[in-house]
Write a protein that binds this ligand. Sequence first.
Ligand code: ARG
Length: 572
Amino acid sequence: MRALLDVLGEELKRAFREAGYDDSRVGVTISNRPDLCEYQCNGAMALAKEAHKAPFEIAEEVVVKLEGSQYFEKTECVKPGFINLNISDDYLASYIAEEAGHKKYGFENVHKDRVIVDYGGPNVAKPLHIGHLRAAIIGEAVKRLSKYVGNDTSGDIHMGDWGLQIGLIIAEMKERGMDRMPTLDELSDIYPVASAKSKENDEFKERAMGITYDLQHGNEEYLSIWRHIMDISVADLKENYNKLNVSFEIWKGESDADPYIADMVDRMKKDGYAYESQGALVVDVSEDTDAKEIPPCMILKSDGAALYTTTDLATLVQREEDYKPDSVIYVVDKRQEMHFLQVFRAAKKCGIVPGETALEFLGFGTMNGKDGKPFKTRSGGVMRLQELIDDVYERCLDRMKDNGAEMSGDELEDTAGKIGLAAIKYGDLSNEARKDYIFDIDKFTSFEGNTGPYILYTIVRIKSILRKYGENGGKEGTKILPAANPSEKSLMMTLAGFAPMIEGAWRDLAPHRICAYIYQVANDFNKFYHETKIISEEDKDKQGSWISLLILIKGILETCIDILGFEAPEKM
Ligand code: ARG
């Protein structure tokens, strides 16, 4: 299906051509003065100079050619040469009817790339904390969006599973004289103790570093402990991500890149890209056009140890071998921007990935508390993810009770869980990913305003109307009729924007556009709903048309929240 603005733009182009003008710069946009008109075309202004005519004159000639157009009910020239347009109710209704019958509401699958989204990035054996929340939420949304637009997409969790934390745990196990594998509970006690110890005790830290080195060089005893830690951590991670409605197709980690490092480094040396500098092995990645100095990308430390950059480069070698991705998108804290810039440049320069492969960094900002500082627990510590989820859940339960929700037991818990997840995810995703934002539990859990629960409330309201309609013997919706009033017309115009919105959100990796869109749909719908008695309407054609419209709205809202990674309950 073609986008509505393109259809209208084509019609304007025809009119410009028939009036004897070049149509190449002619298009239609949504009016920035909705009080005056619905759409506008500024093409006459662009042509005035070369046509040696006043734009108003051009506009007048064009408008004559729009007489009798099926697309517009009103066309008007205003000074200095705008063409103001109101769309025909009949045409809009037929467009919306077509959209309602289209399986992706007008969106055509034009994207067919192989995409890997690298997100999550938890470090095993450490509990998930709120620092991992944004990576999970934004990454999952980007991945789902990529799938929706048609790409062959996989999410890779890329665990930090090969670092010092493992050495610390094993060192602490030794110190405790443990001669069996730890349980998850023991692990969550061992790690913080070991980590604290390493900060005060250099000797302990040295020992942990030695163990890490031996582990990475094939020590069987350490490897078997590592395997055990991986097994229980991965099971725990799966459960935790599951609660966030986040899942990964690929469960690889930094350790999986390890076997690729030696060959990769050899090749980088042989091809003359990597050279020794102050004992370390580096690749120059600066470019003439750089405004500021980009330091060389370090490949090996002077002691021969691999670094974070090395692992990320070797992971690209492995991804190239396994998947040949057209694009790899990294959803990681924006403070790692320099790291990724170096990795991307080194990967291209050394031929690890082909020049046409897109390597994209979607760096996200920090989630802050109301004091504007990084979010902490009440006692000032790093907050565990579970704690945050529990707090939000409790708040949602309270809100539901205040609202007089008639529910109990499993249904109540399930619903509060869904509202809580919507509150957290929408609160995050409605901000541009790159920006910091303030986690405000009162605001995020509110059933009114620009919040997840408000969107859910709207969907629940639609579900309830559809249920009542069904109970009254109404069958599925009927033919969509021309809008009965201005609020229905605005709603239809908004609904027509679904496909271009999705395309834009994907192009700019901007899930916040989806939030802004569904907020508008919800507002338009609620305005229409308050002005329209749907269930008591006696004209069955009118009522059936509204029902069709509601089914479309529900479909669009549910599609969008599914991309954002949450779902609506039946009641709330
Ligand atoms: N584990 C890393 C951290 O906690 C994040 C990993 C991000 N992804 C990547 N390919 N480097 O900072």
